[in-house]
Design a protein around this ligand. Structure first.
Ligand code: PLP
Length: 499
């Protein structure tokens, strides 16, 4: 008998079934600690050979042991003695949580996004990784006055519960903004959300079942990827060029797959800062209507345009197929958490129901403040006031690239937004560059975080909204130094065996 558990003398014609006898022996061995927590049990095939029993009997015994809580089975990995959480006492602190939490490793995208939020205000670190508006531009005086007005005039209503769709005053203001830009016609189409991030999440959760095919731009906004991954979608990236999403490439995807939804930004795309051309826009609307797939049109950067005409909203061409999402985060302040969805038909009802289920409604006070901010025409003035500020920073970043990295990269100048999408002329490991750059005191968003698939080129998203011009130049200088350092290390690594 080679195995730890004694499998000899099983009775084939006794009153107790073979399955039960196996279960009893394994359970006794586990109770007696002959088998350690986490120890792998033999495969069912090995067990059936060892015990001289049918393969199905072995499988049944393992299934029963799992039901009794003695073992856990993971498809593809095998069956293991269950690891018990250590007792939660003073000595062990909160370690038990590791055992109690679902086995879900943090993804690279989550790590980088977490770093971006954590490091944005870290002393000594220059953040080229967040598209946050500069706090220097926050309209704090207007907001302070409006907040006082809200409490004075609304009293308790300022903090009362609301319907899931949101404050009617705000929805009316957003419908006005929507009518001006073609993405909404009526307050009945608007649901207020906690930022555009929640809007995306609600839309993705409403539309997607595990295994559904979703098309995203490549590169895209990381929030689309996170929500789609969480929903179990099969994500296909379609390239973006200086005219936005490559709609011919999308058509090739549509020929091969049943596409459920396509998520894109039609204006000042994050990260390229480019628009979808009018021809592509029209073709995309036609395709959505011909093939009946949903489109999520994200417009968070659409107001932040430095050059060119704002493109027509895709939703104006196919309002039943396109669900529009937007927020005040990039124009007023991300911490307000005021975003919205524009949709119609049964999907609108589903979205409102999911919003209610998720968090009842978006906080009431910011909705009152946003409604008055828009009604007083302060939003338009805020955008006008901030555009020169961001345009200057974009230009400084582009110049800094030319100054510190001439010949080393390609870039399409963004027409708006907060980001520049840079592709290196010679590939380099993005992850190693990310680490090296952090050592040099600068962060950026590695291209791999905002693309659905692995790509052979090395790309970086550099954000210019948060830093001052001198800091932007210094940030790119540090990045260039980190790049050179990494290339040297790689070269030395490659030549080491010869030396
Ligand atoms: C393209 C895009 N969509 C949505 C969001 C989420 O915005 P919010 O802060 O309003 O949730 C962002 C934020 O960076 C973004 O860049």
């Amino acid at each position: 008998m080679s195995y730890k558990v004694d499998l000899s003398g099983l009775k084939r014609d006794g009153e107790v079934s073979l399955t039960q006898q196996l279960v009893d022996r394994f359970a006794a061995a586990i109770d007696a600690e002959q088998l350690d927590p986490g120890e792998k049990l033999p495969t069912t095939r090995a067990l059936s050979a060892e015990a001289g029993i049918n393969h199905l009997t072995a499988a049944r015994a393992y299934r029963r042991l799992a039901e009794l809580g003695y073992v856990t089975a993971t498809v593809g990995r095998g069956t293991f003695v269950r690891t018990l959480a250590p007792a939660a006492d003073e000595r062990h602190g909160d370690d038990w949580q590791v055992y109690a939490l679902p086995d879900r490793p943090v993804t690279y995208a989550e790590q980088v996004t977490g770093d971006a939020f954590r490091l944005a205000n870290e002393p000594g670190m220059l953040s080229l990784s967040t598209g946050w508006p500069s706090p220097r531009l926050y309209p704090t005086e207007d907001l302070a006055r409006i907040s006082a007005d809200v409490f004075r005039e609304e009293g308790g209503n300022a903090i009362s519960y609301l319907t899931a769709e949101g404050l009617l005053d705000l929805r009316e203001q957003l419908a006005r903004h929507g009518a001006e830009h073609g993405y909404a016609a009526d307050a009945d189409e608007i649901i207020v959300t906690s930022g555009a991030r929640q809007a995306i999440d609600l839309v993705v959760r409403t539309l997607t079942e595990p295994g559904d095919v979703a098309v995203v731009e490549s590169p895209t906004f990381v929030g689309f990827l996170s929500s789609l991954r969480a929903a179990g979608a099969r994500i296909i990236g379609v390239p973006v060029d200086e005219n936005g999403l490559d709609v011919d490439a999308l058509e090739r995807v549509l020929a091969r797959h049943e596409v459920k939804l396509c998520a894109l930004q039609t204006s000042c795309q994050n990260p390229t800062g480019r628009d979808l051309s009018p021809e592509r826009l029209r073709r995309l609307a036609e395709l959505a209507m011909e093939r009946n797939f949903f489109v999520i049109e994200d417009g968070v950067y659409a107001d932040l345009r430095f050059e060119g005409e704002r493109p027509q909203a895709l939703r104006s061409l196919a309002p039943g197929h396109v669900i529009y999402v937007d927020s005040l985060s990039k124009t007023v302040g991300g911490g307000l958490r005021v975003g919205w969805i524009a949709a119609r038909g049964p999907v609108y009802e589903r979205l409102a129901a999911l919003k209610l289920e998720s968090d009842f409604h978006t906080a009431t006070l910011p909705q009152h403040i946003a409604a008055r901010f828009l009604a007083e025409d302060l939003h338009r003035r805020q955008v006008e006031r901030t555009l020169p500020f961001y345009r200057e920073r974009r230009d400084v970043l582009i110049e800094a690239l030319e100054h510190h990295l001439a010949g080393e990269y390609r870039v399409n100048t963004p027409q708006g937004g907060h980001h520049v999408w840079v592709t290196l002329a010679r590939p380099l490991s993005e992850r190693e560059l990310y680490r090296e750059a952090a050592r040099h005191g600068v962060t950026f968003t590695p291209g791999g975080v905002v693309t659905a698939e692995r790509h052979s080129q090395t790309s970086l998203r550099l954000s210019f909204s948060l830093l001052d011009p001198a800091e932007l130049d210094e940030g790119v200088r540090r990045l260039a130094r980190a790049m050179r350092q990494l290339r040297r290390t790689v070269r030395q690594g490659a030549t080491m065996p010869l030396s």
